[in-house]
Write a protein that binds this ligand. Structure first.
Ligand SMILES: [Ca+2]
Length: 516
């Protein structure tokens, strides 16, 4: 609020006709400024696979009427990406607006020491918006280096409620909207409901100024903890993991419904931009699914598939290939909905690639802040309002734990260890047909561009990195036609890649589990 007053004081300098006696005009100007900046709500779900929104039209069993309504009133992305196939790096990409590997944030477990210091020193998305006069807040899972609300304030979240399970959380504002000293929070109900309630309280409290809220639901991530009031909505035969995931997603959807109701009651629906994105694909760690396809073309999972589900969280990435912990589409292409009633035309299905980095770039522009080359994303507004019919991105890049990928137009290059893949995602979104040997020149060209990008990272460079045995099994299984040798249940394909031979820069060698 002080910063906002400072901004208005600056305006007074620009418009000296506003003296102290002209408070009415000044207040009017204040309202005009506030009205010109939309509120921004970013909803980030957790390990929520590409298939699991009703509006995707892939699975018959999932029920998300409120998210579907947002998509109907706005845009459903079919090629919405995140920056990593794992929680913490994906969140750091979203909140920083930069490829997190630029500041050395390779994977879960890396956000300590110098990497954390670099992250803290960045102009995060909430810090930018705070400077532009926004009230800022967050609730839910952090995985941003600290779960302490006082520490989350330092990242730019002025009102913070860390809560990612029914275990104690940490907050500096209570559910009535009253500021409290940063302290542990205990009890109070189901965590996915509580954080949505906190978001509603925040919206109500700050309705009269631009606000930014980051709502990070830890669902349907394991441990699957949806109570019966949600799982009971999904009767009938299905794997229990699936029932619980659908319950979690239904609870999240209910929370989004409450938020929309709160915006409407406060007259803010048409001044609020909303993103709904998942932080990465679902962990499957399983044999191939067995589906029943209904007469309407939607899929249903067969019950009691004898697959030993491992740490499957019950969500699905279909038809995308692979899972959390992989740079295949199943790991990084996620649910992605954008809505702003009255400004973004509704009913759009947008097929050009977009990425979670675009959230910060879009917010930065809407807040009236100058363009910042440090931001890797693109302001999506001209694309979503139809002013720019082109594609937002020339190319997208990924580096995560010994896996490297880039997408340029319809083409995707992917490499890990000695394996190289080239896919045409326009004709083969499921990454079934490796065209590397057919079009090696194109593959090498994309690899050269990926290598060039990687020189901007900490540490710089890509490979060669030896694939771990689990990674080999996952790549065998999903990409190299060896589905008969399904990966055993383990920690996923990511741990401890080892660099071999001479390489530029320092190798990312620390173990990272895709399970967190
Ligand atoms: Ca996750």
């Amino acid at each position: 609020m002080n910063i906002r007053r400072a901004s208005l004081a600056a305006l007074l300098c620009v418009f000296p006709m506003f003296g102290n006696s002209q408070a009415v005009e000044f207040q009017s100007l204040e309202k005009t400024c506030a009205a010109s900046k939309p509120n921004i709500i970013v909803i980030f779900t957790d390990d929520h696979g590409y298939a699991d929104l009703g509006c995707m039209g892939i699975m018959k069993d999932v029920k998300t009427p409120h998210i579907d309504a947002l998509a109907a009133a706005g845009v459903r992305m079919t090629a919405g990406y995140v920056t990593a196939p794992q929680c913490s790096p994906s969140r750091c990409g979203l909140i920083s607006g930069q490829y997190q590997t630029r500041f050395g944030m390779e994977a879960n477990g890396y956000l300590t020491g110098d990497v954390f210091k670099r992250f803290q020193s960045l102009k995060t998305l909430p810090k930018r918006l705070e400077e532009a006069g926004y009230a800022t807040g967050m609730a839910g899972k952090s995985h941003l280096g600290s779960d302490d609300s006082a520490e989350l304030v330092k990242l730019g979240f002025d009102k913070a409620f860390f809560k990612h399970s029914n275990a104690p959380g940490h907050w500096n504002m209570d559910l009535t909207g009253k500021d409290i000293a940063p302290q542990e929070q205990r009890g109070g109900g189901y965590h996915l409901e509580m954080i949505a309630d906190f978001a509603c309280t925040f919206i109500h409290r700050f309705k009269d100024q631009p606000f930014f809220f980051y709502l990070a639901f830890r669902g349907p991530h394991v441990p699957l903890d949806a109570p019966p009031k949600y799982t009971d909505r999904f009767p009938g035969p299905m794997p229990e993991e699936r029932r619980k995931a659908l319950g979690s997603i239904a609870c999240i959807d209910d929370g989004i419904g409450k938020i929309m109701e709160t915006l409407r009651k406060n007259g803010r629906e048409e001044n609020t931009l909303i993103f709904v994105i998942s932080d990465n694909g679902a962990p499957l760690k399983t044999l191939p699914h067995e589906f029943v396809t209904s007469s309407d073309g939607l899929k249903t999972l067969k019950p009691n598939t004898p697959s030993g589900w491992g740490s499957w969280d019950g969500s699905l990435n279909d038809p995308m290939n692979g899972e959390k912990g992989m740079l295949t589409e199943g790991g990084i292409r996620t649910p992605f909905v954008v809505s702003w009633k009255g400004t973004i035309p509704g009913g759009q299905v947008y097929t050009n690639p977009v990425i979670s980095l675009d959230v910060a770039a879009t917010a930065n522009a809407l807040a009236g802040l100058p363009d910042d080359p440090a931001l890797d994303g693109v302001n999506l507004m001209p694309y979503l309002t139809g002013k720019n019919p082109g594609a937002p991105h020339a190319a997208l890049y990924w580096r995560w734990c010994g896996q490297y990928a880039m997408r340029k137009g319809d083409w995707k290059y992917l490499t890990s260890g000695d394996r190289q893949y080239l896919f045409n995602l326009a004709t083969d979104p499921e990454e079934k047909h490796n065209l590397w040997s057919q079009q090696p020149d194109l593959g090498r060209k994309l690899r050269a561009q990926l290598e060039q990008w990687s020189q901007t990272l900490i540490p710089p460079g890509i490979g060669p990195v030896e694939m771990t045995k689990p990674a080999q099994r996952y790549y065998d299984f999903y990409l190299d036609g060896k589905r008969a040798t399904a990966p055993a249940v383990d920690d996923g394909p990511s741990p401890a890649p080892k660099r071999k031979g001479k390489a530029k820069g320092k190798a990312p060698v620390r173990a990272a589990s895709a399970d967190e």
